[in-house]
Design a protein around this ligand. Structure first.
Ligand SMILES: [Fe+2]
Length: 376
C-alpha cells in the first residue's frame, strides 16, 4: 500500500468525501493528469506512473533547495509615524510587499492604518513577510482595523453547509469566521482558478486576508489579477456593449446551503466605491451568463463572456505572490481576481483566511456609476 501523509486538518479523517479521494492515493495512484497537481508532477517526472517513485524523485529534487536571497530589489523607502518601511512593488500597476512592519504591534497608531489603507487601495494587493508570530486572534484584530470581520464567505445570511466541500467546517471554534484551508492531493481545491471571493453573495466581501502557515519549498503561489487592467484592455466597442449589463454569479455545489446553490446578480462594469475607478467584474469562477432581463442572444453572450474572460491572468497586470510561512496578503476583493497555483504536489500548503466587510454598509453591494471615476 502506498505511503500517504495524514491530513493537515484532523477533522477530515472522518469526512466521506475525503476518504473517497484518499482511496486513490492509498491505491498507489498519483493525482490525475487532468488536475493541475497531476499535470505539473508529470511535467517534472515523465517516465513513470509509479506514485511512490514520482513522490521520491520530486522530494529529492526539492530537498536540495536552500533558503536565501540575492540580487537587487527595488523599493521605495518611506517613514510613517516613525516606522521605516520599504515598499517593494511587484508589478507596475498591482501588488506591493511592505517590509519593516510588525502587524502585531505597529497598528495601534491610526496614522499607520490610514497609510496602509491608502496604499492597499492604490496597489490592490499588499503582502507582509515574517508575521508567523501573529496569533489567529491577532489576525482578527488586524482585519478589524480595516472593516468588519465577515463570516467565512462574507455576509452572514449565507453559511454553506454542503457535504461536497472539504473546507467549510468550522476549524477554529473560538473564531468561527476563520477558514483554515489545507491543500494537498485529496483536498486539491486550493482555489486554483480565477475568481473573486464569494461574488455569489449579494454583498461579497470587500477584502480577504490570507496567512500562510505551511508552504511548499517551491510552488503554491497565488496570482492576483487587476480587474481595472482587465476593463481598460477591452475594446471600445466591447465596453459599450457590456457597460450597462449585469451578470449572474453562481456558487459551486460546495457553496450550497441546505442544498440550494447561491446566486447573485451584479453589474459587469463595477465602480469602486472608494476610488471611483471602473473595473471588469466578470470571472471564470462564478460568472455563468448575463442577467436574463437583457435577452442577449446565446451566441453573442458566449462570445462576449469568452472575450472578457480571456483578459484574466494577462502577465502585464497579474502579480504572483510567493508564499513563505508567515507571509500575509490582503487584497481588495472588489477589483482583484486571484488564483492559486496547483503545482506543489507532493508538498502541501496550509492557509488561514478571513474576510472583511466594508464598515460602510451602503458600499457593500456592487454598483456601476459611470461618472464616479476618471477611467471609463
Ligand atoms: Fe479565493
Amino acid at each position: 500500500m502506498a505511503e500517504v501523509d495524514a491530513p493537515q486538518d484532523p477533522q477530515l479523517v472522518d469526512n466521506a468525501l475525503y476518504r473517497e479521494r484518499m482511496r486513490r492515493a492509498l491505491a498507489g495512484k498519483a493525482p490525475p493528469r487532468s488536475s493541475p497537481l497531476g499535470a505539473v508532477a508529470r511535467s517534472r517526472v515523465s517516465d513513470t506512473d509509479d506514485r511512490d517513485e514520482i513522490v521520491a524523485r520530486i522530494k529529492a529534487e526539492d530537498e536540495a533547495l536552500v533558503a536565501g536571497s540575492f540580487g537587487t530589489v527595488y523599493y521605495r523607502p518611506v517613514t510613517v509615524s516613525g516606522i521605516d518601511l520599504k515598499l517593494e512593488p511587484l508589478l507596475p500597476s498591482i501588488g506591493t510587499v511592505i517590509h519593516g512592519i510588525d502587524l502585531a504591534t505597529d497598528l495601534e497608531d491610526p496614522e499607520v492604518v490610514r497609510f496602509l489603507r491608502e496604499l492597499w487601495l492604490d496597489r490592490r494587493v499588499v503582502v507582509f513577510r515574517g508575521q508567523m508570530h501573529l496569533t489567529r486572534e491577532q489576525m482578527v484584530e488586524f482585519a478589524e482595523r480595516f472593516g468588519e470581520v465577515g463570516a467565512p464567505f462574507g455576509e452572514r445570511e449565507h453559511m454553506p453547509n454542503s457535504p461536497f466541500d472539504l473546507n467549510q467546517q468550522i476549524k477554529v471554534p473560538d473564531i468561527p469566521d476563520m477558514l483554515v484551508l489545507p491543500s494537498d492531493e485529496t483536498v486539491p481545491n486550493a482555489a486554483s482558478g480565477w475568481h473573486a471571493d464569494a461574488t455569489w453573495q449579494p454583498k461579497p466581501p470587500m477584502a480577504s486576508i490570507l496567512m500562510c502557515r505551511e508552504a511548499p519549498p517551491v510552488g503554491g503561489d497565488t496570482c492576483f489579477c487587476d480587474c481595472i487592467g482587465m476593463w481598460e484592455s477591452l475594446s471600445r466597442e466591447t465596453k459599450e456593449k457590456v457597460r450597462f449589463l449585469k451578470a449572474v454569479h453562481a456558487g459551486t455545489v460546495g457553496h450550497q446551503m441546505n442544498g440550494i446553490t447561491p446566486v447573485a446578480i451584479h453589474p459587469v462594469a463595477r465602480t469602486h466605491p472608494e476610488t471611483g475607478r471602473t473595473s471588469l467584474y466578470v470571472q471564470q469562477g462564478f460568472v455563468k451568463r448575463f442577467a436574463p432581463e437583457h435577452g442577449i442572444d446565446p451566441e453573442e453572450e458566449r462570445a462576449l463572456l469568452h472575450e472578457m474572460k480571456l483578459k484574466e491572468g494577462r502577465p502585464e497586470y497579474t502579480c504572483r505572490v510567493r508564499w513563505e510561512p508567515g507571509s500575509l496578503a490582503m487584497w481588495d476583493n472588489r477589483v482583484v481576481l486571484h488564483s492559486a497555483s496547483g503545482d506543489f504536489w507532493p508538498h502541501r500548503r496550509l492557509m488561514e483566511r478571513l474576510t472583511i466587510l466594508d464598515a460602510e454598509q451602503t458600499r457593500r453591494a456592487p454598483y456601476y456609476r459611470p461618472h464616479d471615476g476618471a477611467s471609463s
